[in-house]
Design a protein around this ligand. Structure first.
Ligand SMILES: [Zn+2]
Length: 725
């Protein structure tokens, strides 16, 4: 058995976060769920609940996705929590003096049943969440939160951890073991282990209330994304839409038992509609529907929930001895303080806003030239942006798509992993899956044939699956009880094509595939001893670095010439088209940066505002005015549906992480550019050694310095986005 409380913290976060199913395209999430084999619970029911059993089958056991029933979840979660509490009680009451082995390692080995159950619970929450499952979530969220507190508030256990942490013996441990000890100690303290009984009780109340509110918030957003749509009944209403969008809209109508074409209230449906629809009236309608998710004053309105969440978070931060929620959240991040995160955001904000004004001027000029007689509004941005792109770079996204076949791009990411990390991917057909669309590959070393892990790929949208794309770890690498098979997955929401026809995706979606695969490679490359320090279990503002870095390999000629081939002719994408894509790389970065950054700034300002009672609508409006938000752009996530920050604590005061990581990303790719290019084996080896394989066994800043020879600089990011010169 192996698992840990440290991972349990992550796990609980992940469970609610998956339950929320936020994880937007590109703004994604490495989910550090872990778990391995282990023994079944002591109290198996007469009809064994497969969620509680050790995983069976090949590769040291694989998740029993083919045997899941919703009614298994509640008893399995309850039995797993009870089992874990008794394991922990045994560690806490050990008569022997506390040592690293009998306390920290014992904790790492405890909780395997809980890990297994919550892994599958998380997968169902994000990819198979029907109404029946949502009922289970509502009931279990506060219980899981209470369970987490029961562990961190176990006083004899904390005393033992503290004793190991303060012991002179600690210096004799390996650096990885010392860091693990520090992590346990600091996580327990951060969770209130040093508080008095009264404060602990209040803390636990707050956490349970928050868990319930997070679930409600997420389910409200999901309801508005599922139930609201725009039905187009006449051909004329489709003006401007490319065939692929018309097909998708027709298919969506069938699913909803409607006649006509249906625009769903999700990003993957609304964004392309805003980009291509010639009908300005319908664009405005779709835009309003989308930006008002959770803000309609009805049963699914999230405003009151936000106020409550913010107040509870502020109170909790005070209890824990921090001035604000943001200060508490950032303590163990790379940025360390909200002030440092703000500094970076502010450095990028002004040039980004200036660029937006230029972009809007370009769009306005085009609209005027065409005699449109309009003033650019938020629902015009994507539409005119696309027109300007065509005019300026002669680049039509629909011209690129025929070269981007989903299957070929999957081959491409596998090939890149082979070049950089010597990985080989082979289909594994003997592994059960939750849905026939999901396929599994075995990962081995190309040279030695050594088994490394499994990679699940779940590419297509379906009912009960959250929108966006994300990576998930089903079993993290570790060696505390010998070698195990690492299991990771990539998930996305492509619309499956007609049978026998290849699925064509956009350049942005291809970039996202590389991104998510970067998270998967971070998990698969992991080479550490203790599961709590494994793979993607790194600081929130560092975890997007490996994934964002991988995006840089899509536009390499090696990938494009081999894998970006036309679905009909098989010919590689023409160089002239590639040149036009490259030339337009910094196009529209004003918009992309500002819509993201404004949301990140509002997130940080909300969580440094202290315990005042906040009206989300007013706060959002006033903050944006103060910032000088261009009125042609709306937040990428308005507060009433900002799942990153209100579906769990995970990305709260943490949405800046994407920018923080991107500074590192841009700087890191420079190491390849300055070396022998993207496929330089020596640089790739350093990348594996100091970044992809070390998990959280070393301080990330230190790991980065070992890779790059210095700290990251912001210049590469500014250049990448085309700001400042
Ligand atoms: Zn990501």
């Amino acid at each position: 058995m192996r698992a840990s409380i440290t991972r349990r913290f992550l796990l609980l976060i992940v469970v609610s976060l998956i339950a929320a199913g936020f994880l937007d395209l590109r703004n994604v999430d490495a989910l550090s769920v872990a778990l391995p084999d282990g023994r079944a619970a002591d109290t198996l029911p007469a009809d064994p609940n497969p969620l509680l059993s050790a995983w069976e089958g090949p590769y040291g056991g694989v998740p029993p996705f083919d045997r899941v029933k919703i009614e298994y979840f509640k008893p399995a979660l309850e039995a797993a929590m009870a089992e874990n509490l008794s394991e922990i009680d045994k560690i806490a009451k050990d008569p022997a003096a506390p040592t690293f082995q009998n306390t920290i390692v014992a904790m790492e080995r405890a909780g395997s049943t809980f890990d297994r159950v919550t892994t599958i619970y998380g997968v169902w929450g994000s990819t198979m969440a029907g109404p029946e499952f949502q009922t289970v979530q509502r009931e279990m969220a506060p219980k899981l939160a209470a369970f987490g507190d029961q562990v961190t508030q176990n006083e004899p256990l904390f005393k033992r951890i503290e004793a190991v942490y303060n012991s002179p013996e600690k210096k004799k441990l390996t650096p990885e073991e010392q860091r693990l000890t520090w992590l346990y100690y600091t996580n327990f303290v951060r969770s209130g282990a040093k508080l008095d009984a009264k404060a602990k009780a209040r803390l636990s109340e707050i956490n349970q209330q928050l868990a319930g509110l997070f679930t409600k918030f997420s389910q409200n957003v999901l309801a508005e994304e599922t139930d609201q749509f725009i039905l187009l009944k006449e051909e004329a209403e489709l003006a401007g839409l490319p065939q692929s969008l018309r097909d998708a809209a027709a298919a969506a109508a069938v699913t909803k038992k409607q006649t006509g074409w249906l625009i769903m209230n999700t990003r993957s449906s609304v964004d392309p509609f805003l980009t291509y629809s010639d009908r300005r009236d319908l664009r405005e309608k779709a835009w309003r529907m989308f930006i008002n998710r959770g803000d309609n004053g009805d049963a699914h309105d999230n405003n009151a929930i936000i106020t409550e969440i913010l107040q509870l978070r502020a109170e909790r931060a005070k209890l824990l001895g921090f001035p604000t929620h943001a200060h508490w959240r950032l303590e163990n991040s790379m940025a360390k303080t909200p002030e440092r995160a703000m500094q970076l955001m502010e450095a990028v904000w002004k040039p980004a806003v200036a660029r937006v004004h230029e972009e809007v001027a370009d769009m306005q000029a085009l609209a005027d030239k065409e005699g449109a007689k309009i003033k650019i509004e938020p629902w015009d941005y994507r539409y005119y942006m696309e027109r300007v792109r065509k005019a300026r770079y002669d680049l039509d996204q629909n011209e690129v798509k025929p070269y981007l076949q989903l299957d070929k791009l999957r081959e491409a990411i596998h090939w890149v992993a082979g070049e950089l990390f010597n990985f080989k991917f082979t289909p594994a057909t003997n592994v059960p899956v939750a849905h026939p669309d999901i396929h599994v590959w075995e990962v081995t070393d190309k040279t030695t044939g050594k088994h490394i892990g499994l990679w699940y790929f779940d590419p297509f949208a379906r009912a009960g699956k959250r929108s966006g794309a994300w990576m998930n770890a089903y079993r993290t690498q570790e060696r505390v009880n010998g070698e195990i098979t690492t299991i990771v997955s990539n998930n996305s929401n492509f619309v499956s094509g007609k049978p026998g026809e290849p699925v064509l995706i956009s350049w942005d979606d291809a970039t996202t595939m590389f991104h998510e695969f970067g998270h998967a490679l971070h998990g698969l490359n992991s080479s550490v001893k203790y599961p709590s320090l494994s793979g993607t279990a790194v600081a929130r503002d560092y975890v997007e670095f490996p994934s964002q870095l991988m995006e840089h390999w899509l536009p390499t000629p090696e990938v494009l010439n081999r894998f970006a081939v036309h679905y009909q002719t098989g010919k590689p994408i023409p160089q002239t088209l590639v040149d036009r894509i490259k030339k337009s790389a910094t196009f529209n970065q004003g918009f992309a940066t500002v819509e993201y950054l404004a949301a990140a700034l509002v997130d940080m300002k909300l969580h440094t505002a202290g315990d005042q009672k906040i009206d989300p609508d007013k706060f959002e409006r006033e903050t944006l005015t103060q910032l000088g938000m261009p009125k042609e752009i709306v937040l990428r996530h308005r507060l009433p549906h900002f799942l990153h920050i209100f579906s769990s604590d995970s990305y709260s005061a943490g949405y800046y992480s994407y920018l923080w990581s991107d500074v590192i990303t841009a700087d890191a790719f420079g190491a390849f550019v300055e070396g022998g290019g993207p496929y330089d084996k020596k640089v790739a080896e350093r990348l594996r050694k100091y970044i992809f394989s070390v998990g959280n066994t070393i301080d990330p800043a230190e790991g980065y310095r070992s890779f790059r020879g210095r700290d990251p600089k912001i210049e590469a990011l500014m250049k990448k986005r085309g700001f400042g010169g």
